[in-house]
Design a protein around this ligand. Structure first.
Ligand SMILES: C[C@@]1(CC(=O)O)c2cc3[nH]c(cc4nc(cc5[nH]c(cc(n2)[C@H]1CCC(=O)O)[C@@](C)(CC(=O)O)[C@@H]5CCC(=O)O)C(CC(=O)O)=C4CCC(=O)O)c(CCC(=O)O)c3CC(=O)O
Ligand SMILES: NC(=O)C1=CN([C@@H]2O[C@H](COP(=O)(O)OP(=O)(O)OC[C@H]3O[C@@H](n4cnc5c(N)ncnc54)[C@H](O)[C@@H]3O)[C@@H](O)[C@H]2O)C=CC1
Length: 208
């Protein structure tokens, strides 16, 4: 498995299924893609998502109709509670060269990871399909461990800019950036007061 971060803003994503699993997958793509959800019923979580709904019973649907539903899709997700239909959709995707993720049935060629992020970063975690509970567990650990990660990235970006002007030795610049990253006091200050954290960095690392 190879991780990629893909801009889906102009892409068509089609999710089959209207249950809680489909809704969780849909939340990934809502507002960040052209999203269509196909199912015979939809849980209320879809009410707050941006998606075009197609209400249909797929039990006796022809391949021709399924092909019509997935036309021009970049990625298709099978999240029906019927793995046979999920698998059928997956086979049609393979034939058409469309990426496929299967929530229940034969594995497709895409896995949806556990994701956490902020203004300046995205972290995606996968166990290659072996244990989604572990992926979630690791995501929660990261969120607990680094509540100031966004603020630290912004501070590092600023510090990097100042160092480039001030310190000609690349190894020394690198050392300062790493020392700040390992400074627990800075992490703690960033959580409560970003301005004070920067002042502290200036005082202790730039005017030394
Ligand atoms: C293969 C994969 C395919 C795919 O769906 O993309 C898949 C498949 C299956 N998941 C199942 C169960 C659970 N899934 C979760 C949660 C998540 N599942 C996600 C991804 C993936 N799930 C892909 C692999 C990811 C990887 O590589 O690690 C996450 C990360 C992303 C997301 O979906 O949003 C999201 C956490 C998001 C977050 O919190 O950050 C929980 C835990 C929970 O809900 O608390 C449980 C119950 C505990 C357990 O079983 O572990 C079942 C069994 C159904 C059954 O028992 O019948 C199958 C089907 C099967 O195994 O055949
Ligand atoms: N990949 C994952 O992360 C997980 C996958 N699963 C599996 O994923 C599947 C979906 O889970 P849930 O959303 O909880 O199930 P659910 O039963 O709540 O939802 C299934 C959806 O599929 C639709 N559907 C089923 N057959 C259909 C048909 N013939 N035509 C049209 N629509 C049809 C239903 O209307 C419903 O909206 C289950 O098989 C479950 O075991 C469960 C937990 C996590």
């Amino acid at each position: 498995m190879i991780p990629l971060f893909v801009d889906c803003s102009d892409r068509r994503i089609v999710i089959f299924g209207g249950g809680n699993v489909a809704a969780r997958k849909a939340a990934y793509f809502s507002g960040k893609s052209h999203l269509t959800v196909v199912s015979r019923s939809f849980v209320s979580a879809f009410d707050s998502l941006q998606a075009t709904r197609v209400e249909i019973d797929l039990e006796k649907t022809s391949d021709l109709k399924l092909l019509d539903l997935i036309r021009d899709a970049f990625l298709v997700i099978g999240a029906l509670s019927d793995p046979e239909i999920n698998n059928r959709i997956g086979r049609l995707c393979r034939a058409k060269g469309i990426l496929f993720n299967n929530a229940d049935g034969e594995s497709g060629d895409v896995v949806l990871p556990a994701v956490t992020g902020g203004d300046h970063y995205t972290i995606a975690i996968s166990t290659d399909g072996a244990s989604p509970a572990v992926s979630r567990f690791i995501r929660e650990q990261i969120e607990d461990e680094f509540p100031a990660l966004d603020a630290m990235i912004a501070l590092q970006e600023r510090l990097r800019g100042v160092l480039k002007e001030k310190e000609p030795d690349q190894a020394k610049r690198n050392a300062v950036l790493r020392n700040v990253l390992n400074d627990h006091a800075i992490w703690e200050q960033l959580f409560s007061d970003r301005g004070a954290a920067w002042k502290d960095v200036e005082r202790r690392y730039l005017h030394g």
